[in-house]
Design a protein around this ligand. Structure first.
Ligand code: ADP
Length: 596
């Protein structure tokens, strides 16, 4: 309950922050709309009483008075119409503003959270629900809250009016609503549990939908004839979700029927009581119409009031996921008192007894690694698939924290440097680099957004990566949009994309350059060109290169051989060949292969 109230408070504050002015307008409209029904009932009573008098003996004044009441009723109705039109507009504006703000919060958090969250199913389920629900739920909280205020206000007036007739009538009004309310409260908790339980299935079905409808998968799906299989899997999941949804909708209808039925019954009983008093002459005909309508409306307001109160509870449950996501605390955070990072490294990087296992896994992916990388040294990491090479790189970039052991730079633990400062000194090309559906220039510029977007350095980086012939052939050169997601985009081959990504890496004037299989998609000539200039490209910087191409590895200062998460060997090509260990075996196998 406490957390529900806290969630509601946060949601209201969020709506307020998103559009304060419209929130005030909404509040003003609420007050007016809350009072209008009472005014309408009163005017209707006056009109009927005037007409009743007119029937017994019409005078010109009676007609005038009747017309006046009719005019006033019309005016009040017009005012009501104006208010509801403005309310709709207010709600649309607020919904948009809230949705934009929620997205901005989700984006900020998505960047902040540790990389390890992205490897966790719970994270995706929570994020999925947060994304689905959070764009409209805060606005619903406010709408429900305003509605609670409006219905409450109208109800108070009506109850006061009904009390003047008879005390049992307001009591009847309240009692008739109770069964429906209790059922709704039970239903809401159940519904939340059910919706949460199908999140995983919904995500899986979204996944098959993406496989079936997006370009990167189109080739394989056609060639392996997987379309109908995936479509069938999608249908199976959707059928399961649909059944759940239909079950909930049925429950909802059952509750609505009981709630509305008991209300109608109560209105009939109240009608009987009022009719009895009219016949006895205790109230006028106008009074009968007023009370009878007041009872019906009162029922409506009470139902609205309670429905919205339950709505608040329901929204608070769903907002739980959103706030749970926003409250995720990253473990890799900026230090309180960051140490300055020297622009020229002095003693370099040192790993001491570093071990690492991914969250939610007991397996050690890196085991007790000890090594030093000197400033300006060019190092290669080799090893079989899954040996832990990329993981080691991710630790060096401080995307993860070692499970045990320390990584220092110039003798200071990486955790004591500002993350931004540290990242500014590192430039990485991962194997799964991004194909930005942007212009060539932007694709390169994103490597260092501190550089002017039109800087000559962009073209220079393209040269370094050997991407210039590709760019020259594009219709608008550097200004050509890449990829085929958007209009006038030019799709590149994988090798050409890799050169652009390499240019992005070279743009950054970083102390440490890390290349993870940087030439895997390049043709032999392009690869040879990149490596011919590689030493020159990284001169004065520390460089780490992961590669399976042993021919390119020969030119580095030192080779580190990883085997099953352990540092098995370390030394120059000649030293490792002499040792006749793992590296020598790898090299000889590959050399034989190429001689064939
Ligand atoms: P390499 O780069 O040498 O091929 P990786 O560092 O990518 O190897 O992976 C090392 C091991 O860690 C592999 O066994 C892999 O299954 C595991 N691994 C890699 N990434 C993750 C992850 N995000 N979550 C859990 N395990 C992972």
């Amino acid at each position: 309950m406490k957390s529900s109230i806290a969630n509601l408070q946060r949601a209201i504050y969020l709506v307020w922050q998103s559009s304060p002015r419209w929130t005030v307008v909404g509040f003003g409209l609420l007050l007016i709309q809350g009072i209008l029904p009472l005014g309408q009932l009163y005017l209707m009573k006056r009109l009927i009483d005037t007409l009743t008098l007119g029937v017994s003996g019409a005078t010109p004044e009676t007609l005038q008075a009747a017309l006046l009441w009719i005019g006033l009723i019309g005016l009040v109705s017009l005012l009501g119409d104006g208010c509801s039109a403005l309310s709709k507009l207010t709600q649309t504006v607020q919904t948009e503003a809230v949705s934009d703000r929620v997205h901005s919060l989700l984006h900020t958090k998505s960047i902040q959270v540790d990389l390890q969250y992205y490897e966790n199913t719970d994270y995706y389920n929570t994020l999925h629900r947060a994304q689905e629900q959070a764009t409209y739920r805060p606005q619903m909280v406010l709408a429900s809250l305003l509605q609670v205020g409006q219905s409450g206000l109208s109800l108070l007036g009506i109850l006061a009016l009904l009390s003047s007739l008879n005390c049992t009538v307001p009591l009847l009004l309240s009692i008739a609503t109770i069964p429906g309310i209790l059922m709704r409260v039970r239903y809401t908790g159940k519904a939340y549990g059910r919706v949460s339980s199908w999140t995983e299935s919904e995500r899986q079905s979204d996944y098959f939908h993406t496989l079936l409808t997006t370009e990167p998968h189109a080739k394989e799906i056609r060639l392996f004839d997987l379309g109908s299989l995936f479509s069938q899997w999608f249908q199976t999941l959707r059928t399961k979700i649909r059944r759940e949804k239909i079950y909930l909708a049925t429950q909802q209808s059952r509750i609505d029927l009981i709630t509305n039925g008991s209300a109608t019954l109560a209105v009939c009983v109240a009608g009987g009581i009022t009719a009895h008093q009219t016949i006895q002459g205790a109230i006028t005909l106008g009074g009968f119409v007023m009370y009878y309508q007041a009872f019906g409306r009162g029922q409506g307001f009470l139902r609205e009031l309670l429905t919205n109160l339950i709505g608040l509870y329901e929204n608070s449950l769903f907002l739980q996921d959103f706030y749970q996501f926003l409250d995720l605390k990253p473990t890799i955070v900026e230090p309180e008192d960051p140490k300055p990072l020297s622009p020229s490294w002095e003693t370099g990087i040192r790993l001491e007894n570093v071990s690492f296992n991914y969250a939610h896994s007991q397996r050690s992916v890196l085991k007790n690694i000890n090594l030093t990388i000197e400033p300006g040294e060019v190092v290669a990491i080799v090893g079989a698939n899954g040996a832990g090479k990329t993981t080691l790189i991710k630790l060096l970039c401080r995307l993860y924290q070692p499970t045990t052991g320390t990584i220092t730079l110039d003798g200071v633990d990486l955790g004591n440097y500002s993350i931004t400062d540290l990242h500014r000194q590192i430039s990485v090309l991962f194997q799964d680099y991004i194909h930005y559906q942007l212009t060539v220039k932007e694709n390169i510029w994103l490597g260092d957004i501190e550089v002017e977007p039109d800087s000559e350095r962009i073209w220079a980086a393209a040269h370094k990566a050997g991407a210039h012939p590709t760019i020259d052939r594009l219709p608008h050169g550097l200004d050509t949009r890449l990829g085929n997601w958007f209009e006038q985009g030019e799709e590149l081959s994988i090798g050409q994309w890799q050169k652009i990504a390499l240019a992005r890496t070279f743009l950054r004037d970083a102390r440490l350059v890390i290349l993870d299989e940087p030439t895997s998609a390049l043709d032999p000539q392009a690869e040879a060109e990149v490596f011919a200039r590689f030493r020159q490209l990284v001169r004065g910087r520390t460089a780490i290169i992961i590669s399976h191409r042993l021919s390119t590895i020969k030119m580095v200062d030192r080779i580190l051989v990883l085997s099953d998460g352990q540092l098995a060997e370390s030394g120059s090509h000649e030293e490792l060949m002499q040792q006749q260990g793992l590296y020598a075996r790898l090299f000889t196998t590959q050399a034989q292969h190429y001689q064939l």
